[in-house]
Design a protein around this ligand. Sequence first.
Ligand SMILES: [Zn+2]
Length: 73
Amino acid sequence: MTDDRKPVGGAADRQRTCAMCGAEFRPGERTELEAFSDGEVRYVAVHPGHTTHSPTRERAAARRLKGIPGQAA
Ligand SMILES: [Zn+2]
């Protein structure tokens, strides 16, 4: 993704873990930012190649953002 207009705002720093697999980001690790809609548009950080772009994973990501242990499929 090469859309630089997004309000990146340090999503990886806030989030600290990958929205898809839940593993912590290492310092300096490259991350990708994805947008998904959960009633409102949210931005989540993920490892390169990881994606939340499926309904199941979007729900899992939303749970992780709320700090609830996921039950990822
Ligand atoms: Zn990941």
